[in-house]
Structure formats: structure tokens, C-alpha cells
Design a protein. Structure first.
Length: 204
């Protein structure tokens, strides 16, 4: 779906989660949740006591000159575009079998359906990643080499504590068309076992 930038709505959802709500999101919704619950860290714009100078007009013009477009034949377009999309493929993820959301799984390796380019932002703690994409994630179907490299060892499922609640993010749709039963268990566990996920932030 498309999620508008609505600070008031985001605050209402954040308040609901902090009071104990469980927000389960997948693909584009997971990307929205990552931004909605991102930690607001102040950025230091001062360097050595002085303001960082803006780029000069000459530097900007020089950058524009170097941004050339390498010529490709028209016939290359179809193959090049295929490298940038994922029409649908089965990929391998590796579960943390000790995590509450992995309850009921006996094997670390879990195939999931991937038909989206969503990449999850990192978890809030080292213990929040429920599943990652494996070293050689493609099991069946086609994914361009560039897109495969982008997901290697990247998080596939993250469950972050937010106040008294939980935000679960899936890079893939665990309920794809209602027949991907293997990953559907993760979704069900997110709903019914969310209360077992403890806060894992270690104070330094």
C-alpha cells in the first residue's frame, strides 16, 4: 500500500504500540514502520566549531559534468530492467530457533516467497532479528545477480520492542496468496506469542 506522511497518525500508532499493541508489517508497510519508529538522533552540523560550508557553484557544476550516461543498446533494456525487479522467487532464510516467534520450527532453514525489493533497516538490538537471508538465498525462480547480493545476510524478519508493545517487520509477505504455509507460522506467532518477546536492550 501507500502510506502518507501523517505525523498525527504516526503518533497515534506509536502511542498504541507503546501501550502494548502489536504492529505486524510486511514489504512496503515494513519500510513505513521502519521510518515511523526510527530513533530520532540529533545530527551534529558543527565541525571544529565552524559551520560546514555549502558546496560551491563550481563544485556543483563539476559534478554535473562528470555525471555522464553510458550508452547502451535499446535491445539491452529488457535484460537490464530484469536485473532491477523481482517478479517472484523462492528464497532461503535462516531462523533464530531460540526466538519466541520461531516457536514450532525444527529447522533453521526456511524458504520464503520474495516478489518485492524491500530491504529492512537494521534492528534496534543484536537480539531482535528473527531471520536473515542466507549466503546463497535463491532457491527457485529468477532474481538478478545485483538484487541477490543486496539481500545476502540481510535481515528478513525483525521484532523490535517499542514500549510495552512490539513492531514486527517482514521483508517478504509471509502469507503470500495464502499457500506459503511454512512462513505463515511466523505471522501467526507474531500475533499470539508477541508477549513472550522480552526487551533485549543491554544498558551500557
Amino acid at each position: 500500500g501507500r502510506y502518507p506522511e501523517n505525523p498525527e497518525l504516526q503518533q497515534k500508532i506509536a502511542d498504541w504500540v507503546n501501550r502494548g499493541g502489536v504492529l505486524v508489517s510486511a514489504q512496503g508497510a515494513a519500510d513505513w514502520a521502519s521510518k515511523a519508529f526510527a530513533k530520532k538522533e540529533a545530527k551534529d552540523e558543527i565541525s571544529d566549531g565552524k559551520n560546514i560550508p555549502a558546496a560551491s557553484e563550481e563544485a556543483i557544476n563539476e559534478t554535473k559534468v562528470t555525471e555522464t550516461i553510458n550508452r547502451r543498446t535499446y535491445a539491452d533494456y529488457g535484460n537490464d530492467k530484469a536485473q532491477q525487479i523481482i517478479g517472484g522467487a523462492i528464497v532461503e532464510t535462516l531462523l533464530d530457533l531460540s526466538h519466541p516467534l520461531a516457536y514450532g520450527y525444527q529447522r533453521e532453514r526456511l524458504p520464503m516467497m520474495r516478489n518485492d525489493l524491500t530491504l529492512l533497516q537494521e534492528a534496534s538490538t543484536p537480539y531482535s532479528t528473527v531471520a536473515v537471508f542466507s549466503k546463497e538465498p535463491l532457491i527457485s525462480g529468477y532474481i538478478g545477480a545485483e538484487q541477490i547480493q543486496k539481500i545476502v545476510h540481510q535481515p528478513a524478519v525483525i521484532a523490535d520492542r517499542q514500549g510495552k508493545g512490539l513492531v514486527v517487520r517482514f521483508a517478504n509477505n509471509p502469507n503470500f496468496r495464502g499457500y506459503f504455509k511454512g512462513s505463515m507460522r511466523l505471522y501467526i506467532n507474531s500475533l499470539f506469542l508477541s508477549g513472550m518477546v522480552e526487551k533485549t536492550q543491554i544498558e551500557k
